[in-house]
Design a protein around this ligand. Structure first.
Ligand code: IVH
Length: 675
């Protein structure tokens, strides 16, 4: 019996690892997420009953490790070499001429061209197919042991071959050491930064430093939360079984074992074709999903490459065909400050115009005010500016040696540049905010938020019309929307009878929107749709909410001291008080009745998170359905989440729910549960 269970356990580990690989490396899953969950849950159940069976190659062990004190040192089995650079085709040809003189075989050599990813070089050790150790490059001889962090990288196989049925490799070395580049894809980097920005947290500078920093810190949970992946390109060492002797076959071999390998590499019989191929990427580098600073041209025959030896740390058998740098120096003429929808202030560098990779750059981001301080960036400085991929150019830092003494230290504004109100800082965040709801720079964004689908849902009021209304002086705050009349509208360009009537009709309808929606529409810092619902149920109307004290607000689940303060602060401002009065006078003062406020039903006490597209419910429908049954909907998955409602193309919430063991149901399951 136990034997049978043990073999099922082995089978499950292999299956889950295989489906992980199909999903993350091949991008070609063959089972549904629900089926995957079933396998994972079965595996977890066995592990819970038999903790002594758990082995490090179990997919449940990817993020289980604890924070460590420091990294141990690892001696590499062979030198982890670097690459010499070629800047352009002439340099590459000169390299070829040089090595041709050293060995006759070079004349007829083939070449492999690969991307040169700008990431962190890592070295992975496998013993009897098990991933046992991973290290940084370090000084090329000794690196740091970052095994527990690397284990959290889903594209790194924990056991090879991942798919033993498909792999053409029959016997794997007893000890196999491979090398590759760990990195964060550009898109993932951008969405990571967007999330951090929305949370008022520090954003990251660039994908490379973020990947390197996340792998070289002591908490594996943090690494697991960063979208790191890797591509493998070299066998550093192998024992106990033969491995291929050409670079092209090495890539095939690694792929067959289940390692992530680039799919844009190609083999050529002539250097000129290899150069031409590398050049096509120079032009199209923005289309690559990761940051690449060049292509690598490698002699395919690895024994020839080895015989050519190396110069210092650079092997003669390969060359980095570098793309022109996208870092330039220019003068920082000034710093201006932009005001976003939530009032967040972002410093922006005004630069002396400079060309970077075919684009004229006049502005670059400076991230936040702390960044300017930390890097000691001064106005008048020569600064190093980088443009990478499609990411907005950013200032790397000052060229301190170029200072003349005339540079001026920058002081962040104490007042909002658009409205003159004092700026504010929230505990625990790096951002500074303008909290004046009537700030003109925020007004457009505020009105846009107020009328959007998730809040007051005023149909027919797009951004263009919002701008027109503000420009004409008809709307100075969101309450002015409710006193617009036909005569005013007809004076605007593009407005005829019908259009004006339709718009006034939808504005009239919005007066009847629920209290939840109105609270969410106000755009109070930290108050999204979920919290707006909680506030509406607790207070029943805006007048009661506006009198709530900080400690009282904190009694509500999910409201911490910062949000409580932000709510109380918003209502204490005279401009906002005036706004509420105007709304009330215009007939916008929704009440939530006592019986509505305490909904009891099949879902009472349960918390739901919805992800992906559901077959018949829209997001709002699903929310309403859950709330009507007494349940609560939140945005993020935690241990407290009772159910994840799963639709098509789910986001990262799905992964999180799986890792926390949260129950997962589909729309039909949700409906059944309500009965
Ligand atoms: S080959 C003998 N191939 O670039 C092997 N390196 O500037 C020498 N890199 O330290 C390295 N992609 O971290 C090689 N496809 C690739 C690469 C690559 C990125 C990095 C690697 C190396 C650095 C040299």
């Amino acid at each position: 019996m136990a034997d049978k269970l043990l073999s099922r356990y082995e089978e499950l580990k292999a299956l889950v690892n295989l489906h992980n690989y199909r999903y993350h490396v091949l991008d070609a899953p063959v089972i549904s997420d629900l089926e995957y969950d079933r396998l994972l849950n079965e595996l977890k159940k066995i592990e819970a009953d038999h903790p002594d069976w758990i082995t490090p190659d179990s997919p449940t062990q990817r993020a289980g490790a604890k924070v460590s004190e420091k990294f141990e040192k690892v001696r590499h089995p062979g030198p982890i070499l670097s690459l010499a650079n070629a800047f352009g085709a002439d340099d590459a040809r000169a390299w070829f001429e040089r090595i041709k003189k050293l060995d006759d075989r070079v004349e007829k050599a083939k070449f492999v061209v690969e991307p040169k990813i700008d990431g962190l070089s890592v070295v992975l050790h496998y013993r009897d197919g098990q991933f046992v150790q991973g290290a940084t490059r370090g000084d090329g001889e000794v690196g740091e042991d970052i095994t527990t962090n690397l284990r959290t990288v889903k594209t790194i196989p924990l056991k090879i071959p991942v798919d033993s049925k498909k792999s053409t490799v029959t016997s794997i070395p007893k000890h196999l050491v491979v090398r590759g580049e760990a990195f964060i894809p550009i898109k993932d980097f951008e969405s990571l930064n967007k999330k951090l920005e929305e949370a008022g947290e520090k954003t990251y500078l660039n994908p490379r430093n973020t990947a390197a920093g996340s792998l070289r810190q002591l908490d594996p949970q943090l690494t697991a939360s960063r979208p790191i992946t890797m591509l493998v390109y070299q066998i550093v060492h192998s024992e106990g079984s033969d491995v291929p002797t050409s670079q092209w076959e090495i890539l095939e071999y690694l792929k067959s074992l289940g390692f992530p390998v680039t799919d844009i590499s190609k083999r050529f019989n002539h250097l000129k074709d290899a150069i031409a191929y590398a050049e096509t990427f120079e032009k199209g580098r923005d289309a690559l999903p990761y940051e690449a600073d060049g292509m690598v041209i490698k002699i395919d025959d690895l024994s020839l490459a080895a015989d050519l030896g190396f110069v210092g740390k650079d092997p003669r058998g390969a060359i980095a065909f570098k793309f022109p740098a996208r870092e330039v120096t220019t003068t920082l003429l000034g710093i201006d400050v932009e005001v976003g929808r939530t009032g967040v202030l972002t410093p922006r560098a005004q630069l002396e115009a400079v060309e970077i990779g075919g684009v004229i750059v006049r502005n670059a981001t400076l991230h936040n005010f702390d960044y300017i301080e930390e890097k000691d960036i001064r106005i008048g400085d020569r600064v190093l500016v980088k443009r990478a991929g499609e990411v907005i150019p950013y200032v790397i830092g000052p060229v301190v040696d170029a200072r003349t003494g005339k540079e001026k230290k920058y002081k962040p504004p104490a007042k909002c540049p658009a409205c003159g109100q004092d700026v504010e800082h929230f505990e625990g965040e790096v951002a500074w905010y303008c909290v004046n709801a009537a700030c003109p720079a925020q007004l457009v964004r505020n009105v846009e938020h107020f009328v959007s689908r998730g809040t007051m849902d005023i149909v027919g009021l797009g951004i263009k019309i919002v701008e027109q209304l503000i420009e004409a002086g008809l709307v100075k705050d969101v309450a002015d929307l409710f006193t617009l009349n036909k005569k005013d509208l007809l004076e605007l360009e593009g407005f005829a009878e019908k259009k004006a009537e339709n718009l006034l009709g939808s504005i009239e309808q919005a007066k009847g929107q629920s209290l939840n929606r109105l609270i969410a529409a106000l755009g109070i810092h930290g108050v999204g749709e979920v919290m707006a619902g909680d506030l509406a149920r607790t207070y029943g109307n805006l007048s009661a909410l506006s009198k709530a004290k900080i400690d009282e607000l904190q009694q509500i689940e999910g409201v911490g001291p910062n949000i409580a303060e932000s709510i109380a602060d918003w209502f204490s401002r005279s401009a906002n008080q005036k706004l509420l009065k105007k709304l009330k006078a215009a007939g916008v003062d929704p009440q939530m009745m006592k019986d509505e406020r305490k909904k009891e039903g099949a879902f009472t006490g349960l918390t739901f998170v919805v992800t992906g597209t559901l077959p018949s419910f829209s997001r709002d429908d699903a929310k309403e359905f859950i709330e009507n049954n007494g349940g609560k909907v939140t945005d993020s998955v935690s241990k407290k989440t009772s159910y994840l409602v799963l639709g098509e193309n789910p986001g990262s919430k799905y992964e999180k729910a799986k890792s926390l063991g949260v129950k997962i149901i589909d729309e039909a399951g949700l409906k059944r549960l309500a009965k």
